[in-house]
Write a protein that binds this ligand. Structure first.
Ligand SMILES: [Zn+2]
Ligand SMILES: [Zn+2]
Length: 282
């Protein structure tokens, strides 16, 4: 079974190809399951001044079309591939109620939800730290470690916010995207262990995201060291490409599966109708 639970499409304005293009490529690549998980809208949040969110996610008015296209394609390709419908949703502190007024209307149509942090709220305003255009803003922190601490504290807040309803944590060590690594790795690893314990408590799944291989950092999210801790803590994982172009589907999955098997993993999580099950790693 090859399953890819994190893909985007042109609705979010920074990915190429429509949903059917992704499905056709996945069928061509003989993938068993493709999760359509484009970026949830941002326009209803307060305090995102300076964030070009029009290029980060779809609009509210596009949500129903997105979901109905997926439903239609699920039927059309039923015999060829499993299609799952999902969103990747940013955790924006203190505005989860606002999110839920929109999300609650469509939740029954979703197979799972990815929870992500792309934006850090600093004293100087919101900062999308994984957008290369704002790379200079790393300097507003005393050092890179402070960025990691802020990021992981935000993840902890996301995980501990019960009202923020999600199933899978995306790209767990995203601040390394542009090769900004911790100055004191032991200190940051302690913080990661704290994060993993909260993830374990809430019984969430962590994605092994291969998009990092296509970025400066040239490795998956999270690092092998973190994946080994995830294994020790018996936290479930699944594979995702975070494809922003159809030909990125299942990117480097063969390589990644071998690494996961070497570490000791024997199964991967799977989602349908917000319910988790497992498939064996072959
Ligand atoms: Zn994206
Ligand atoms: Zn993301």
């Amino acid at each position: 079974m090859i399953e890819d639970f994190h893909t985007h499409n042109q609705l979010c304005k920074h990915a190429k190809g429509n949903i059917e293009d992704y499905i056709n490529y996945a069928i061509k690549k003989r993938i068993d399951t493709i999760g359509i998980s484009d970026h949830f809208p941002y326009e209803f949040y307060d305090g995102l001044e300076g964030i070009p969110y029009e290029e980060y996610g779809m609009k509210i008015e596009e949500m129903s079309g997105y979901l109905s296209i997926i439903q239609k394609l699920k039927k059309k390709y039923k015999k060829k591939i499993n299609i799952r419908s999902a969103f990747e949703i940013d955790y924006i502190p203190k505005q989860v109620n606002k999110l839920n007024t929109i999300l609650d209307n469509v939740k029954t149509q979703l197979d799972y939800i990815l929870g992500s942090i792309h934006i850090l709220f600093t004293e100087k305003g919101p900062w999308c730290f994984d957008d290369s255009r704002f790379l200079d803003k790393f300097n507003q922190y005393a050092n890179v470690d402070e960025v990691y601490i802020h990021y992981y504290n935000s993840i902890i807040e996301m995980v501990n916010t019960k009202e923020f309803d999600f199933d899978i944590i995306s790209h767990l060590d995203l601040p390394k995207k542009f090769n900004k690594f911790p100055e004191n790795p032991n200190k940051i690893m302690d913080k990661v262990l704290e994060v993993l314990n909260y993830i374990k408590q809430r019984n969430l799944v962590i994605e092994i995201n291969t998009s990092g291989f296509r970025k400066d950092v040239k490795e998956q999210y999270p690092s092998i060291e973190i994946i080994k801790k995830i294994y020790e803590l018996d936290i479930p994982v699944l594979l995702s490409s975070d494809a922003h172009s159809p030909n990125e589907i299942a990117y480097k999955f063969g390589f990644m599966i071998k690494i996961l098997k070497d570490i000791g993993f024997t199964k991967l999580a799977h989602f349908k109708n917000r319910k988790r099950s497992y498939v064996d790693i072959e």
